[in-house]
Design a protein around this ligand. Sequence first.
Ligand code: GLA
Length: 399
Amino acid sequence: MKHCTILLMLLVAFGASAQKFDLAKTPPMGWNSWNTFACNIDEKLIRETAEHMVSSGMRDAGYVYVNIDDCWHGERDSLGFIQPDPVRFPSGMKALADYVHSLGLKLGIYSDAGTKTCAGYPGSRGYEYQDALTYARWGIDYLKYDWCNTDSLNPAEAYKTMRDAIYAAGRPMVLSICEWGDNEPWRWGKEIGHLWRTTGDIHLCWDCELGFGTWSKWGVLNILDKQEGLRKYAGPGHWNDPDMLQVGNGLTAAQDRAHFSLWAMLAAPLMAGNDIRSMSDQTREILTNREVIAINQDELGIQCYRMLSEGQLQVFVKPLANNEVAILFLNRGDTALNLDFDWKKFTVNDGMTGRYHDFNQQTFKLRDLWEKAEAGTTAAPLKKMLPAHDVLMLRLTAM
Ligand code: GLA
């Protein structure tokens, strides 16, 4: 009997680890508290955010995870079980998860592989199995696992420990590896987590670096440029994570559109980071643009490559299912530019996937995903004024 139980446990563990619970087949979508609220969080905020994710149409557009970042923690009890802050979360996490689930959403939480989180709350080091069990009991669906205060820990091993703790707890959870790309997690993260941060934190700016001595925060373009060379590591169930969205937090409308389009093209997780309860119609329309989201959520899960970089213009290509293609024209510069793009001088030629389209041989019709309108074909050169910091995003379908 004993042997049977052990065998069964081994089979379950092996089955789970082989598939990582089969989660995040497309880039995970949701919301996270950090970019807007930092440590100013409580259960009221989380409940209201979940409610507005439903009433704003975000849930129906594909946003599922409501993720609580750092600072939810209280203390460990006498047996070592972590408790939520009793003032911020008086009803407890189980009740909060039940409520979020009742709205058709999922609940995420945050911890850290070190002794303390980045904001100084209790980390999971030495408590991994106990914490994973606690999260499972609460009904948590997603864990963002940070990398502060880890001393000389080996990152792959530390993240494996938490992965195995989640398997042992038995509840499917997305595991988000947040070690900022320091130890090239794209090389070892695939069998461990479902996504890994590729850079330091995103800062609310188009193009800037905000230094803090040993680390920096980065603007949208800076983070974009750091994705170079990483596309081969991403795919269904394991994504490069260029950090959470700043859409709706103060960039211009063009910059917000560009930021959202780029993250869609990068097959990045789409984690809104704004105050959903009070967002403008413009922000809501950007975040819920289903045609742009469909590019991000394409079942092939191929991250874009850069086809062209010429002055302030860059062009990105993302092969899609059914031989369709997404193409993004980005104006990085501070002045408008006049696009005059002769399709016949370019080919889609993606060595990584083998995708090849010659516009001299095949004509595609174009759909403008922000105008939500047909936009001609590849038979004629594309001529269009592209405002500063803006994008033109097209879906190409063979005729
Ligand atoms: C790190 C992470 C951020 C956020 C904070 C919380 O900086 O990279 O995304 O989780 O910690 O303290």
